[in-house]
Design a protein around this ligand. Structure first.
Ligand SMILES: Nc1ncnc2c1ncn2[C@@H]1O[C@H](COP(=O)(O)OP(=O)(O)OP(=O)(O)O)[C@@H](O)[C@H]1O
Length: 435
């Protein structure tokens, strides 16, 4: 046990970390008041010897002020498993300026696990962190160490890549949490798959009119059929439509909303910088992992891009092509069911090489008609009611991606204004069409 004098963190930038700071000469690996872990590489020269630097939240939690002496003892993790299976926290905003925040539990947990990997969390501890440029504080309510979920005595453990985090946010906190799942309902495989899927619908998933909705319902129905049907254990379908019409977001939403234990997206992004054979190996591995789960969904996003299709030059990868042909026909083992959803904006090409036929069904995801665009604009609430029809008219036959782009560009030029000026919006659209 040692006594150190309390001071600030070296700079404000050091506030957003779950560490305490001390002089290089003072020993690292301390635990303050049973709560804070001091990690070795956080020691900095700006803290005088014999002092310990804590942020505001830590000081308040320790009920101590700058200049106070605090007792600090060396903390040694127990030799047995110390990783947290479960961390339950209460979330609040560090600065309450009246603005509400929507927090995606899956993405937020990923951030916490990466940022605080190997940090020790103790019941009652309050941690300040920054996420998407917003300051949050979480208070640790409950912890459970792997293999010791039933023991109430353990009140601390270390965050690992497998720690499942549960959030509570009182109504008054201004935080709304979504995508929160019970730990037992979700496998690690599904959770990592869901993170990739959530990235495909960063704008959420809103109703884009009856034609989109029709396709969406058809695919939903397919997932139900796969679940209950005694027929083929493999169902394959293709979502085709113009670039940016919303195919990926639709397939991702089907995956996220399904209760299938294994859901994975295969896209160019998930296989970046891999060689052709490595890509094939990864694709085969994903299918083989799916065969182990009773119910799986695999999304093949942008099939022509996965095939490395280019309009000029060597046209596509023969190796990936043959891999797809095999996998789209191979039946999962007995008792396992798989739904494969492909997306494409190059259906003619897929037709010409016989890949389209490998999918049992094809559905269209169209551009927006003006009544669809109006629905989306109403939801986004960026035009005054008298400009709504005119804006929707200008967007007739546009893919959703262009609608979002045009709105973003128009809103950029309207800093401080609540609604977008329709004339400015039309100018932007005209430029986009001309380019
Ligand atoms: N229903 C929806 N609600 C809200 N945003 C959506 C919806 N569908 C698509 N988007 C958004 O529109 C943009 C384009 O969607 P998406 O990438 O799914 O289109 P795509 O047809 O797969 O495009 P590409 O052909 O380029 O692969 C994305 O920013 C996406 O988040």
């Amino acid at each position: 046990m040692a006594t150190l004098i309390l001071t600030n963190t070296p700079t404000k930038a050091h506030n957003y970390a779950n560490v305490a700071y001390c002089s290089f000469n003072d020993s690292p690996n301390f635990l303050v008041s049973g709560s804070y872990v001091l990690i070795g590489d956080a020691t900095v020269n700006e803290i005088p010897r014999g002092h310990i630097g804590l942020n505001d939240v830590q000081r308040r939690n320790a009920k101590a002020f700058n200049g106070d002496s605090v007792s600090v003892s060396r903390f040694l993790p127990p030799p047995e498993n110390f990783n947290l299976a479960l961390l339950s926290v209460e979330l609040e905003l560090a600065n309450k300026d009246g603005k509400d925040e929507l927090v995606d539990a899956i993405l937020f947990s990923k951030h916490i696990r990466e940022y605080f990997l190997s940090h020790v969390m103790t019941t009652g501890q309050r941690v300040l962190l920054k996420y998407n440029e917003i300051g949050y504080i979480f208070t640790v309510n409950q912890v459970a160490v792997q293999g010791k979920e039933k023991t109430n005595r353990i009140e601390r453990g270390m965050i690992s890549a497998d720690t499942h985090i549960i959030y509570e946010a009182p109504l008054s906190s201004g935080i709304q949490i979504f995508n929160q799942r019970e730990p037992t309902n979700i496998s690690k495989d599904k959770e990592s798959g869901l993170v990739d899927l959530e990235r495909c619908r960063l704008n959420g998933f809103i109703n884009c009119g009856s034609r989109h909705d029709h396709t969406y319902r058809r695919i939903r129905l397919l997932t139900e059929k796969v679940k209950v049907s005694e027929g083929s254990p493999l169902v394959t379908c293709l979502l085709e439509g113009p670039r940016g019409s919303g195919k990926t977001a639709m397939a991702a939403t089907i995956g996220i909303e399904s209760d299938f234990p294994y859901v994975k997206i295969i896209s160019d992004e998930t296989m970046i910088e891999l060689s052709e054979p490595a890509k094939c190996a990864q694709i085969v591995k994903i299918f083989e992992d799916a065969y182990k789960s009773p119910l799986s969904i695999i999304i093949l996003d942008d099939v022509e891009r996965l095939l490395e299709y280019v309009v000029t030059g060597p046209r596509f990868s023969d190796l990936i092509y043959r891999t797809f042909l095999v996998l789209l026909k191979r039946l999962p083992p007995k008792g396992k069911k798989l739904l494969v959803i492909g997306t494409t904006s190059g259906v003619k090409f897929l037709d010409s090489v016989g890949i389209r036929d490998a999918f049992a069904l094809t559905y269209n995801v169209p551009t927006l008609k003006k009544e669809d665009a109006k629905k989306v604009l109403q939801r986004l609430n960026v035009f005054s009611s008298q400009d709504l029809d005119s804006a929707a008219e200008a967007l007739n036959d546009m893919p959703l991606k262009k609608l979002y782009l045009a709105i973003e560009m128009a809103a950029d030029g309207e800093k401080g204004e609540e609604k977008i000026n329709i004339l400015h919006f039309r100018d932007i659209l005209r430029d986009m069409v001309q380019n």
